[in-house]
Design a protein around this ligand. Sequence first.
Ligand code: TEU
Length: 577
Amino acid sequence: MSTAPPLVPWRDAVIYQIYPRSFQDSDGDGVGDLNGIRRRLPELERLGVDYLWLSPVYASPGVDNGYDVSDYYAIDPLMGTLEDMDALIAEARERGIGIVMDLILNHTSDQHAWFQESRDPASPRRNWYHWCPSPPGQAPNNWTGFFGGGCWTRDDGPGGSGDSYLHLFAPGQPDLNWAEPAVFDTFVDIIRFWTDRGVAGFRLDVINVLWKDSLADGRRSLILTGSEHYLSRPHLHTLLQQLRRQAFAPAGAFTVGETVFVDLPAARQLTAPEREELDMVFPFEHMESDQIIVKWITRPFHPRRLFAALRRWQENLDWNAVYLENHDQPRLVPRFGDARRYPVQSATLYAVLLLTLRGTPFIYQGQELGLLGRDWESLDELQDVESHQVYGVMRSLRFPARLAWFLIRLKSRDNARQPYPWSAEHEGGFTSGRPWLRLHRAYREHNYAAQAGRPGSVLEQYRLLLELRRLLPVLREGSFRSLYQTGRLFVYERRTAGPPAARVIVALNAGSRPLAFHRSLVRRLPDHLHVIYSNYDGEGGTVDRIKQEEAGLFTANADGRHLFAWRLRPWEAVILA
Ligand code: TEU
């Protein structure tokens, strides 16, 4: 009999995303693997996270680092075996940690047996993918893909029919045709296969593009011509309801959908509990606050846009996923913070933001160390298929080579994919061999071991904030109300009606200059507030004090620290009660 504690319900949980090939290598081949993750479970438990979402670990030729699956029932030999996966699930479970798998329903690898069979027009699998006749040099429609350029490839290879197949992503990622009932049934079976092994939830890759209304030409657009035919179409909702009813719900598995370009009305539909589709979705709007039209064209970041977007989503959705980093986004600190002058404060300001908004927070590996990225010297160093493909598109549009490289370097997904620096040792303790992607040059200074147990470090502040979330129900359940959101300042309240009634106020100064509160704001705040957390508070005593005070927290000004002088230091984040 297992003595494992029950898993925290997903609404109360903090989820940690692992990019397995960059987390911890256990066998010296330079690629992270499942046994590496098993080895690091003590560190993850110490951090205090409740679930691990693993980016794909299925068998894959690795064109898109596992987002091109060639067998959904098998573990990639680079990552380990099914037995290793079972052991990981069991050992994590013993520590009260659940495993969330990434599920790619929109496309498979072109090496998947299904696709190989479907290349034959007479095959029963022909209809599993979107095949269309096309004369050489002419695509069946004018759609453009997510990685830039076209999204049709003609099957000219040996045994090929000369027809073209649709791929919204890389040519090695043909889109499945969800109009084929056997595709649905197969995925119900796949989901059951993994929930039977103890998987607790799924992150559903690009889930809102699954259903294509038609393959007709689209309205010409600077990005994603054709997307009006497949972004969150009505039948998508039906498919999600069926998947939930037949696969996720019977196993008690929760879902978070990755929903590209999703707007608020669509997100509301997708997550409304009574509609029984998804539990949460990943919005993109706030991540677009430093870009113009496409992610590659950046503009100077201003926190006002980030805060305004977050606030809009907080105010218009009852519950959702909250995130600031993932494996597709460049690192937070050089992007939205001040990496040069306030690397620790800007990293921890965003930790406070992430962990005090309403919703289920997702931390991406390395975010808890305040990692930086962006230290690339040339395109040759990058592995990401998207970076290379988009560079090619930019060059064909006559972008000068230096400009194209400058833009790629800023936004390349490899910025987030550098192997995890565990220590100052050989390759950061990530591998005993040669890593598949270069570590950040500063790994000897910026690593896990250098921060663990050091009060005030980014890592220790994440740990404290997670503890605070567990201690204070208001941080999990409380309603959200914005009190002030102008310029670099964001002040909001979380409140529960009780009993016992509780309230905390969070104030953030996302700028490198001190900031005094305007009188109009001060007037709206209660008189007796004290700081229960500041990211300038290096002593780490906050949580211990709260533990002692638990009951009286919101009335007593226990240690007499009436510190809050209506003024925030550069990149200061405070939680007040
Ligand atoms: O991402 C979908 C997606 O929208 C991204 O490709 C996005 O367009 C791009 O990263 C912006 O730069 C998911 C996965 O998260 C990503 O890693 C995969 O490459 C993609 O799907 C295809 O499976």
